[in-house]
Design a binder for this molecule. Structure first.
Ligand code: RIB
Ligand code: CA
Length: 360
């Protein structure tokens, strides 16, 4: 195996961010250098608490977790407890982590680590781009210092999920997103060899939802047997139980996934008409670890920062009408089935290794 890929994840832990943290912890091809937290799905301090707790659950309480910006660059913070639950992890409950948040800010961590390991670090942003924008102000050389940036965000040929035009991460902080796209356009104009950020928008992250049967497979990989059907994860509306034949209480990681995703499934059932969930964030980690999972197109993208109906829209110039050179690689395809198989297989193996059934 080649050397594990050094990663910094920037998260607004939420449910799918948590699934991304589990995937990174379960991936031998990832070197999880640090995790930076940004306000988004829930307030910043809750993001940090969730992130510390999920990493501890995944056996990675050693990873540095640093809190970055707790509000967007200019706008008041908007959060999404309706989507991710009152604390951001659905119905799940986790013990408070023993580890404490880092003494340095997430913004300083990104700048300092990029300087310390020039050309080595891949930054994966899974929330609003506020931390990366602030880090650019601290260290304008980031486009050259970072090995690559992967972004979850935007909607390029599809509707938004927050407004008809805007995807959530862009909507929370459009000014930050605008800064990032412009910064890489400027850096690339000076040095075309700089790797363009890879951006996975709803175009690819909303094509392959995770469903109850994936969680059942996860539970079985963790060799959950015996025990009682943990009816706390049955659907709140009393309809078909979420995991009809698999008790999950016996494995804390499977229990966490089941309880977190059940909230997400109910949200998607209400708003999208299916009992499953788009787990956007782990798809981006998977693509960072294995670029062959996604196909991309080099495109010039700008971000609308006005307050009209197109506010926070990621405007992609697929036809080259602006005459501006591409500043990002927009993902146009992603092998969703392969991603889900890897997610279940890797997280299931980690759940079994950390919490074997005979551990009592
Ligand atoms: O639009 C999806 C994105 O917004 C995901 O990163 C999700 O966690 C939320 O932050
Ligand atoms: Ca997120």
């Amino acid at each position: 195996m080649t050397q594990p890929l050094p990663l910094i994840l920037d998260v607004d832990t939420g449910i799918d961010d948590a699934m991304a943290l589990l995937y990174a912890a379960a991936s031998p091809d990832a070197e999880l250098v640090a995790v930076t937290c940004v306000a988004g799905n829930v307030p910043g301090e809750q993001v940090a608490a969730n992130t510390l707790a999920v990493l501890e659950l995944a056996g990675r309480g050693d990873v540095e977790v640093a809190l970055g910006r707790e509000s967007p660059l200019l706008r008041p913070l908007k959060t999404a407890e309706d989507t991710h639950g009152p604390r951001g992890i659905g119905y799940a409950v986790l013990p408070a982590a023993r580890a404490r948040v880092s003494a340095r800010s997430g913004v300083d961590l990104i700048a300092e680590e990029a300087r310390r390991r020039p050309g080595e670090l891949t930054l994966v942003t899974l929330g609003p781009l506020t931390n990366l924008a602030a880090a650019l102000q601290v260290e304008p050389r980031l486009p050259r210092l970072l090995r690559r940036v992967y972004v979850m965000g935007g909607a390029f040929r599809v509707q938004g999920n927050t407004t008809p035009a805007a995807e959530w991460n862009m909507q929370v902080d459009p000014e930050a997103a605008w800064m990032i796209y412009r910064a890489w356009a400027t850096a690339l104009a000076a040095d075309p060899t700089i790797p363009r950020p890879v951006v996975l928008g709803l175009d690819v992250t909303e094509r392959s939802p995770i469903r109850p049967d994936h969680v059942i497979r996860l539970a079985r990989l963790a060799r959950l047997a015996g025990g009682r059907l943990d009816d706390s994860i049955a659907r709140a509306d009393g309809n078909e139980p979420f995991l009809p034949a698999v008790p999950v209480a016996g494995n804390p990681m499977v229990r966490f996934v089941a309880d977190a995703l059940r909230f997400y499934f109910e949200f998607h059932a209400k708003w999208d008409g299916f009992y499953g969930a788009h787990i956007h964030d782990p798809m981006v980690v998977a693509a960072a670890l294995d670029p062959a999972l996604a196909r991309t197109q080099a495109v010039f993208v700008d971000v609308e920062t006005g307050s009209g109906p197109a506010g926070a829209m990621t405007v992609a110039d697929f036809r080259g009408l602006t005459g501006k050179p591409p500043n990002v690689e927009v993902a146009t395809e992603l092998d969703g089935a392969e991603f889900l198989d890897r997610w279940v297989t890797r997280v299931g193996a980690l759940a079994l290794a950390l919490y074997p059934p005979d551990a009592g």
